[in-house]
Design a protein around this ligand. Structure first.
Ligand SMILES: Cc1ncc(COP(=O)(O)O)c(C=O)c1O
Length: 389
């Protein structure tokens, strides 16, 4: 967290840090180098055309990170685990799998761990699209699975989100055909932050999974009011061919520690782990950290309430300025801006505010992640300055 942001101090310290690490904020898979990827016709990320010096960022609001984590107990568990770094973490992986299985109400054979859910999104795509086929998903959505599926030789069948930015389930049902190898649903969705109603989604998953596996990415689930009732994980316990992905990167505040998991039927997990390894990619540090974090319900609850409070603050400020954010159920918010996306992004970064920009539905948009309240106040102040509000 950045305390008492003072532009003069920042400029002074950034001069000292000049020549430090230059980083690109683009986290996108599709850097433009893989020409076989079909881009969305609705959304295009506007990536910076200037070098980014991370040491000059005062408010890092571009990657949906949790500004509060990891919890002090997780940090302690990780520090204590470092001395065990000479050993593989298979025992810790087994402990974590047992804890997750208990929490999700499924057997241990239903859990696969990975270094972040990205690893599992990609492994599912790699193992499903070795022999082509197509993937049905919403557009715009989180592109990880679709990018890997296409890179493997699969075809993407995008279905435009409904007018309220929920999944068009009828459209997705109609898009599934004999060549469909996977359906991908991101709920709540990134980058729109929007939600698809749980009961209709359950009906969709039950029907679609009788034909083809349905992958439901629940990276932001824990930010919802009643997360358990909105998860699709219960369908796995009922034996449906549904794959649910979760991550320790968001509510647990462990993005840089890289750990996540999927829940699926034992047969579906077996079909993946017969081709790629599961726990071999994990560090004892992240395993011990995740085990500790699973017991941190008070900390996780605090992260959620602070996130909600910050989201309400940003929404009200942005709405007061005359903008129209998509109602968000996540740890980020997106809204159309009235200025060229590249110019806006450069102006925000020049003031030390990291955000993401998109061209979506033929308009420029700003996506801002929920940082601390102080960072978001600075975001609002900078936004007003840059847009001359
Ligand atoms: C919807 C969604 N899924 C998956 C991920 C990947 O998360 P990680 O690999 O850190 O678990 C992200 C990251 O922002 C995301 O927004």
């Amino acid at each position: 967290m950045i305390k008492n942001i003072n532009r003069r101090d920042w400029l002074k310290s950034s001069l000292v840090a000049a020549g430090g690490l230059i980083a690109s904020p683009s986290l996108a898979f599709n850097s433009g180098k893989n020409h076989s990827l079909v881009p969305s016709s609705i959304i295009r990320e506007v990536t910076p055309s200037f070098p980014i010096d991370e040491s000059r960022i005062l408010a890092r609001l571009n990657a949906n990170e949790n500004p509060y984590g990891p919890s002090p107990k997780v940090i302690q568990a990780i520090a204590e685990s470092v001395s065990q770094g000479n050993r593989y973490g298979h025992g810790d992986a087994a402990t974590l799998i047992t804890m997750i299985a208990e929490k999700e109400g499924v057997s241990k054979e239903c859990i696969m761990l990975g270094p972040g859910s990205t690893d599992l999104l990609e492994k599912v795509a790699i193992t499903r699209f070795q022999h082509g086929g197509n993937i049905v998903s919403a557009d715009p959505s989180y592109m990880s699975v679709m990018s890997t599926a296409q890179a493997m030789g699969g075809k993407w069948k995008p279905v435009t989100l409904a007018a309220d930015y929920s999944h068009d389930l009828a459209g997705m049902r109609a898009a599934i055909d004999g060549d469909t190898r996977l359906v991908y649903i991101c709920n709540p969705n990134n980058p729109t932050g929007s939600i698809t109603e749980a009961e209709s989604l359950k009906d969709f998953c039950i029907e679609a999974s009788s034909k083809v596996p349905v992958f439901v990415d629940e990276a932001y689930l824990e930010f919802l009011e009643n997360p358990e009732s909105q998860s699709m994980v219960g369908l796995v316990a009922q034996g449906k061919d549904v794959i649910v992905a979760r991550t320790f990167s968001k509510i647990h505040g462990m993005a840089g520690l890289r750990i996540g998991y999927i829940v699926a039927t034992p047969e579906r997990i077996e079909s993946i782990t017969s081709k790629v390894r599961s726990t071999m990619g994990l560090c004892v540090t992240s395993l011990k950290g995740a085990i500790a974090s699973m017991k941190e319900s008070a900390f996780l609850g605090q992260c959620k309430s602070q996130n909600t409070e910050c989201r309400e603050y940003v929404a009200s400020e942005i709405i007061n300025l005359g903008y129209n954010p998509i109602p968000s159920y996540t740890s980020f918010m997106i809204f159309p801006i009235a200025m060229d996306a590249k110019v806006f992004m450069k102006s925000m970064y020049d003031e030390g505010v990291g955000i993401r920009t998109y061209e979506m539905y033929d308009k420029p948009w700003c996506r801002v992640s929920m940082g601390t309240h102080e960072e978001l106040e600075y975001f609002v102040e900078t936004f007003k300055k840059v847009t001359k509000a």
